[in-house]
Design a protein around this ligand. Sequence first.
Ligand SMILES: [Zn+2]
Length: 435
Amino acid sequence: MNRIQIRNIGRIGGISEGEACTHGGNLFTNGGSLFTHGGSLFTHGRNEGSIWSSTENAWLLVEGKHIIDWGPMSDEPSLPPHTEVWDANGAWVMPAFVDPHTHLVHSGTREQEWKARLQGASYQEIAAAGGGIMHSVRSLRKAEFSALLDESRIRLESIRSMGVGSLEIKSGYGLDFDSESKMLRTTRMLAHEYPDMNIHSTCLALHAIPPEYREDANSYVRKVTQEWIPVWAEEGLIDFVDIFCERGYFGLEHLDALLECAHRLGLPVRAHVNQFSVMGAVKRAVEGGALSVDHLEELDDADLEALKNGETYPILLPGCSFFLGIPYAPGRKLADAGLPVVVGSDYNPGSAPGFNPFLTLSLSCLKLGLMPEEALNAMTIHAAGSLQLSDRVGSIGRGKEASLLFLSGLKDWSTLAYHFGQIPPLRVMLKGRFL
Ligand SMILES: [Zn+2]
């Protein structure tokens, strides 16, 4: 088993709450600014902390895939036999990013419709003209499995090189049994090819109403929830199920059908809600025990109340608002309400064709109103919680996976968000091995 002692770390950030330094250390919480906004520390009974704690001038021991221990350099223990030593040279360390909402598996891109949007067409107008999701559906249905895997792998290589160690990938561009199966198998194949990442598969067959069911959404929803999802669950192809609740897409009765199906099969639910309109889907999803509600660009007081009284993670996607020019979700308001705000990329070919986590971090501060440490929590430990992974990744803790970013040139954690979209000098370790 490989064992690496990393020495001379400038600062370790994102330490699990309650993980005091056992070596008489100088653990301190770097979260002072968090509380000036009314406190983002939440008490939902979830097991992930919300403070971006850090420790300075440290060593950290990795064994196999896991973090064994860390402490201050002044109290560095003698090295166990057969330990490799790596000098971090003052680099800072934080947990690898977790991206809880992507549509990374898709066929082809949509520059043409983006150009139409630049000339004034709206997202809804493009969809009505057969563009948007339907463009991706036509392309995906035609794509060979190997070609789909090849183009998806290129994106995955890119996202991991930017420091994302865990991510969720949705289906939803097939909208028929075989094509959705092809997408789900692609995600599972990527997970197989990249065991140093945690790649979760979400069924989003309820992404849009396919042309074959244009006049009969109810039959399509029945097909998906009563026939297809049980088969994919049985084959082990899905970890979560999802739905796009929106006018012209799926309504509350369809969300109910999905919640019922998921409950029956023991699958957690994620739901796209409130991107363009408020229709009561947040309350319905929260009451139905959904794991996350994603988007929330349009949010009313009843939605906020429902979230405060529930256990559902709010996942915000500022890259989508940026690219579409729609309002941003009220991140500050959600954080002030004590909710564990999560931020994801929403990477997809139509409304967010970029997954640079450092740009997402900046947008979280500039447009959602989060402080840098809150945004870092949102993209690490809270995101991990929303994928039911917070016991393994998303913070620095003994026994957690050693999926770490080594960053140079930082004056403060805010440096990462300040140089918007810029990727700092970065070295990535996933499950104990450097890329
Ligand atoms: Zn999405």
